[in-house]
Write a new protein. Sequence first.
Length: 343
Amino acid sequence: MNLGKTDLAAASEAGVITAAQARDLWEFLSARQPQAASFRTAHILYYLGGLIAIGAMTLFMNEGWELLGGWGLLGISACYATLGLLVTNHLLFRKGLQIPAGITATFVLALVPLAVYGLQQALGWRPEGWQYRHYHQYIDWNWLMMEYATLAAGAALVWRYRLPFLLMPVAVTLWYISMDIVPFLFDHDYRDWELRKLVSLYFGLGMILLAFWVDLRSGRRQDYAFWLYLSGALTFWGGLSLMRSHSEWSKFVYLCINLAMIATGALLGRRVFAVFGGLGVAGYLHHLAAGIFKDSLLFPLALSLIGFAIVYSGLLWTRHEARVTSALRRPLPAPLRELLERV
């Protein structure tokens, strides 16, 4: 039987135990849980070696590879991908090693843009002067075919292996698409950075909603949504923060959005929202300190009082968290309530 914090809150409301006992019991049980997901030395070696191998075929490709020609690049990619799939099958299905299997499967997925690039080069479909290393450097709609192929291959590999790390290149590819699709849809405005920021904002919001849907479907047994949340929050917050705001009202709305991101991070148990939201709040406070309240003696004092008030609210929340959380989650839909109970 899996005992959650909401179960203890319900027992407290029913009068079986007091709220203080429910809190103390939860802390005791949490301390006794084994740290199954601890980050060991082997994990560091897995990720370090895997990221070096992935980087070698993506970020660190040099001009020498162009001498192989399109068919040569396609052939090298196919050989490496075949070897990567064989190793992935061996590690996952025979050895039961999910972390290194996820890295080798991700290596295979990272080869897809190179394979598509080689095929396009062989068929004469690439613009003159473009090289594969430009894929990670320049924004251009000519990369879209490579990105769409990566998404399709990513969907197939995730369906086959069910490995969360595969979502990392998928999230990066979605981020690339959010930038490259602007010159494709709005060719006459391809240098319009305000338009790019707006597309980034809405694209990031869409990725966050996609990650939330994945979270609801998959739960937290394996975290498929992490990389989507990270990429979506980065894209959304980046577009939002780079937008020009000429009024104090719009800057205050920016503050409220960042506070909402912090609240969302607390609600969903996703620290990435709290990190970006905290950066946004810090930016707004810097604006107040350097602009509106410049050289004011009262502003630092008022800000200190606000900070201590927030700390005190945290103390109150700790004292009444179980009861308030249970009351707030009761009217929610069952899938969302189950997701939050796993946080």
